[in-house]
Design a protein around this ligand. Structure first.
Ligand SMILES: NC(=O)c1ccc[n+]([C@@H]2O[C@H](COP(=O)([O-])OP(=O)(O)OC[C@H]3O[C@@H](n4cnc5c(N)ncnc54)[C@H](OP(=O)(O)O)[C@@H]3O)[C@@H](O)[C@H]2O)c1
Length: 282
């Protein structure tokens, strides 16, 4: 039974391909740039561009399960092609943001919500993983930290419960290889609520030096983030952090309940990835 893993260059997809393969499951890794995939020997690769339906049939041929990164453009064609190919189960990498009030009108939440709704209305069996912010979003701070510059934030005291991408991969593995999670909607968070300021202190401990934090205005953050992402996404993220500025983030015990062990900590993620912040790899 072959499982197709989309986003196989991504943090969760890559980890999931490795887990499925080493446990002896047939796995096919898909990417918009298959030549750039690094997969274990024996794993087949395919081109799949989630907003280009012409790439779907070849990628889904012979597949029974799909681990899906969310992309609303092309989702209906993907569902039809998957059904025709004999796919039975889709595990979606959604987002906890779909549960927030106003999710439909929010650029980031709406992206995942459209995909959830299309899948829920389809004949496919679907499992939705709804993670909170990834610990790996901290890579976005690597440039200033590597150069000894302050990290500039509009909402340094916003709380999130960052989740280690390997925990998401562990739960996705469980969802694809057993039946206890099939069809469920699972909110996934890290083990503790941390402000960005506290995350940077933990990251500082991991790299052996303090990381200065500088508060900037929302308008300045919009300007800086707007250089890398569309304005609606910038607004969505800043709204999220502004709303999270007033108290601890909700912590779900999903990892412990589902896997029987505590979630990996942000400190662990920071230790594992310290080299990316020391200037050595940036
Ligand atoms: N980050 C969060 O905090 C968060 C929270 C909740 C949900 N999510 C969901 O999780 C998904 C992935 O999260 P992410 O933002 O952290 O991204 P990611 O897992 O690092 O990668 C996402 C995808 O981007 C494509 N990509 C484009 N250029 C790449 C490059 N140079 N290296 C590696 N991959 C590249 C890849 O797909 P191709 O190979 O197919 O091009 C890759 O699979 C998102 O769709 C989001 O909706 C994220």
């Amino acid at each position: 039974m072959t499982t197709l893993v989309t986003g196989a260059r991504g943090k969760v997809g890559r980890a999931l391909v490795a887990r499925l393969h080493s446990a002896g499951h047939a796995v096919r890794a898909a990417s918009s740039h298959p030549a750039r995939l690094t997969v274990p020997a024996g794993v087949e690769t395919r081109e799949l561009v989630l907003d280009r339906p012409g790439t779907f049939a070849a990628a889904l041929d012979g597949v029974r399960q799909v681990f899906l990164y969310p992309e609303p453009a092309g989702i209906h064609e993907l569902i039809d092609t998957a059904g025709a190919a004999g796919v039975e189960h889709v595990v979606l990498l959604s987002s906890s943001s779909v549960l927030a009030p106003g999710a439909e009108d929010d650029a980031l939440a709406g992206h995942s919500l459209k995909v959830e709704r299309a899948l829920a209305a389809s004949p496919l069996t679907c499992t939705f993983l709804r993670p909170d912010a990834f610990a790996s979003n901290s890579f976005g701070w690597a440039y200033p930290i590597g150069r000894g510059l302050p990290v500039q934030l509009a909402f340094p005291d916003a709380h999130i419960a960052p989740i280690h991408p390997e925990d998401i991969a562990d739960i996705a593995f469980e969802a694809l290889t057993g039946d206890s999670l099939t069809g469920r909607r699972l909110t996934l968070t890290g083990s503790e609520s941390l402000t960005f300021r506290r995350q940077l202190a933990i990251l500082g401990d991991a790299i052996g030096r303090g990381i200065p934090v500088e508060r900037i205005s929302r308008a300045e953050a919009e300007r800086q983030m707007g250089a890398h992402m569309p304005a609606p996404m910038v607004a969505s993220l800043l709204d999220l952090w502004e709303a999270a500025d007033h108290g601890p983030a909700a912590v779900a015990d999903t990892t412990e309940t589902l896997l029987g062990r505590p979630a990996r900590s942000y400190a662990q993620w920071a230790r594992e990835n310290a080299a990316a912040f020391t200037g050595a790899s940036s």
